[in-house]
Design a protein around this ligand. Structure first.
Ligand code: TXA
Ligand code: MG
Length: 367
């Protein structure tokens, strides 16, 4: 279902409109302030505004307005039981939405906020069930992007925001990606250029004194463990707590390009020769092949459309380039994507988590 956008009043006529969605370009200076004010004004009126964070673009609505939040789910075609992250301007606001906040949560907030860490805490009743997916917890974070912070301060609201993509598609790391998925479904996008981290925040459940990462992301398990001085577990994407997945988002396929993606892991030479054999086989069948490679491997595999993510030991760059590359394969109408695996250290854990989710069952281990 494609929700109709309500007619806008005349005050927004100065901005370019793409299929009914205002494109609020926010360069530095006076224009930036005007763009943020316009975006904040829309949020206060219960409208949907996509905005940049340091991880990916979020699709924001007033977190305390149940009907605005419901429109996020409609715009994204998102399952209603998958809860949203609420974005705050500063850590002091934690207490307005969460209760029984453990000491460790305050310490983590002090160390990692603003930044790509989401804390799952006990929810206060004020948070609508649409936001929490009916759980008794709420996920909160203070994003480290100047425009996101300016917007949150200007709006004076907690802002619920999932990634600003249609459900199941790779998260958007530019305003163009947002418009590709959501033009005509949301009131505005605040354009702050490409996102620096490029994969979503780490979702950490800190209740009960046992830190558990429900989704690996921009802040690593190593950093959290070192800071808290205790082990921080990472829940694998398939693990569940009984019948209910620890994080409802874990049960859905995510981050997937339209073409099937094969992820080949193992010794580098073996990976390269397997990729070569597979590529030739698919080409022989008349399929177009996209290769998702490191700089090192790209030099060794000639044929096929290539997306180069970066050097193997630079996981931050590999991660930052991932979603844009997957979207370009989609735009080119590539039939099949062949990708190599990377070391699971630091943000490499988040990178491999997303690649595995994109691959689904198409995981190949070579010796
Ligand atoms: O970096 C990010 O986290 C981005 C930016 C926009 O902040 N947001 C984002 O939101 O990735 P979304 O909705 O695409 O992913 C939120 C994840 C989902 O896997 C969801 O299930 C989980 O967080 N989540 C939200 N609330 C939760 C809760 N109360 N308990 C457990 N998991 C929760
Ligand atoms: Mg998402």
């Amino acid at each position: 279902m494609r929700p109709e956008l309500p007619a806008e009043s005349g005050d927004s006529l100065d901005w370019p409109v793409i299929e009914g969605t205002l494109w609020l370009a926010a360069p530095d200076g006076e224009d930036c302030r005007a763009a943020v004010e316009q975006a904040a004004d829309l949020l206060r009126k219960g409208k949907l505004v996509a905005f940049p964070t340091e991880t990916v673009y979020g699709l924001g609505a007033n977190a305390l307005d149940a009907s605005a939040v419901a429109r996020i789910f409609a715009a994204k075609d998102r399952p209603a039981d998958n809860p949203l992250i609420v974005h705050l301007a500063d850590a002091e606001q934690l207490e307005t939405l969460a209760e029984n906040i453990p000491e460790e949560a305050w310490r983590l907030a002090g160390r990692f906020w603003p930044g790509p860490l989401t804390l799952v805490l006990e929810s206060r009743k004020i948070v609508p069930a649409q936001v929490t997916g009916g759980l008794d917890s709420v996920a909160l974070r203070v994003p480290a992007h100047p425009l996101a912070l300016a917007l949150l301060r200007q709006a004076g609201l907690p802002v619920a925001a999932p990634s600003a993509n249609v459900s199941g598609r790779p998260s958007p790391t530019t305003a163009a990606h947002v418009l590709e998925d959501l033009a005509g479904r949301i009131e505005a996008v605040l354009d702050g250029g490409p996102c620096a981290v490029g994969v979503e925040s780490t979702v950490l459940d800190i209740r009960g004194g046992r830190p558990v990462i429900l989704r690996p992301g921009g802040v690593t398990a190593e950093e959290i463990s070192a800071f808290l001085g205790k082990e921080c577990q990472v829940v694998s994407s398939l693990e569940t707590c009984g019948e209910v997945p620890a994080s409802p988002g874990l049960k859905y396929t995510h981050y997937a390009p339209k073409a099937p993606l094969y992820l080949v892991q193992g010794r580098p030479e073996a990976v390269l020769s397997r990729l070569e054999v597979m590529r030739d086989e698919f080409l022989k069948r008349g399929l177009s092949v996209g290769l998702l490679l490191s700089t090192e491997s790209a030099g060794k595999l000639g044929l096929g459309h290539m997306e180069i993510l970066g050097l193997k030991d630079d996981a931050a760059t590999l991660a930052a380039n991932l979603y844009g590359a997957l979207r370009r394969f989609d735009q080119l109408g590539i039939d099949v994507i062949l990708a190599e695996g990377y070391a699971e250290q630091g943000i490499g854990v988040a990178l491999m988590n997303r690649l595995r989710k994109a691959a689904g069952p198409r995981l190949i281990e070579v010796e």
